[in-house]
Design a binder for this molecule. Structure first.
Ligand SMILES: [Zn+2]
Length: 261
């Protein structure tokens, strides 16, 4: 009888333990979901109050504006210089670096982006992660070596300025290309009113401009990062952006970002 009571008691303890464990697992999933949802909602609210307007220009060595696609020549290393870095707080510069160097991905509920669509989609936070993913798909094992430098001859120059753009732009990318070889030689990003941009907006605008640096044109879909006016609740590198870049670097001969959803 004693043994029976003991057994019953330990079974009950086990049941309580199982319920607690299940509860904790469900709770942690719920917290995770809420955090992502809250981030996305906050970003959406911020972007609605101040949409980020962008532009990009592609010029050949003679200074003519070009209208077609261009891509970087195969390379394993790319260097970036930030001009004006010392005039801004470290966390603002870290936001720029995160948009470029992060290899993290984020899962976002489709309902938040394309209303009425079930499931989730993967987004990349930084271009390093997206590019390495593309390289892997192309069978290139070596990850891209992206680094920040003080050298004036860096491949990519990001200029931070407090001055206002005449056209009301937050950012612009100007790429210098060799029109015969159809290659990008160097890219110049300018971020206007850098002192007024929140770290979050700085990160988003750099993420968008870096898409142009990589060779992408604007997206036709308003819910994409590469839409000319950034207004998406998911301002991250989408699978659509990754597909467009993979297409461009595998002989696709187009820089268009066409998203089907
Ligand atoms: Zn743009």
């Amino acid at each position: 009888m004693d043994d029976y009571v003991k057994l019953k008691k330990s079974l009950r303890n086990m049941q309580i333990l199982v319920v607690i464990v299940i509860g904790l697992v469900v709770f942690s999933f719920a917290i995770d979901f809420l955090v992502v949802q809250k981030t996305v909602t906050t970003i959406e609210e911020n972007l609605q109050t101040k949409p980020l307007k962008t532009s990009y220009v592609v010029q050949n060595l003679k200074g003519d504006a070009m209208e077609t696609w261009y891509a970087w020549q195969p390379r394993d290393k790319i260097e970036i210089k930030i001009v004006g870095e010392n005039n801004y707080p470290t966390d603002k510069i870290d936001a720029i670096k995160r948009a470029i160097l992060s290899t993290e991905t984020i899962e976002i509920d489709n309902n938040l982006v394309f209303k009425g669509d079930e499931g989730t989609s993967t987004y990349w936070i930084g271009w390093k992660g997206a590019v390495d993913h593309i390289r892997e798909k192309r069978g290139i094992e070596k990850p891209l070596d992206i680094s920040f430098t003080d050298k004036d001859e860096a491949d990519i120059i990001i200029t931070l300025t407090n001055s206002k753009s005449g056209e009301g732009l937050s950012g612009i990318t100007n790429s210098l290309v060799n029109d015969e070889a159809q290659t990008i030689l160097r890219s110049f990003i300018t971020i206007y009113e850098s002192d007024k941009l929140s770290n979050e907006h700085m990160e988003i605008i750099i993420r968008h401009e870096f898409g142009h640096v990589a060779g992408l044109a604007h997206a036709t879909a308003p819910e994409d990062l590469m839409y000319p006016v950034i207004q998406t609740p998911a301002p991250y590198i989408s699978e659509c952006d990754v597909d467009a870049l993979l297409h461009l670097y595998t002989g696709g001969k187009t820089s268009q970002v066409i998203c089907e959803s």
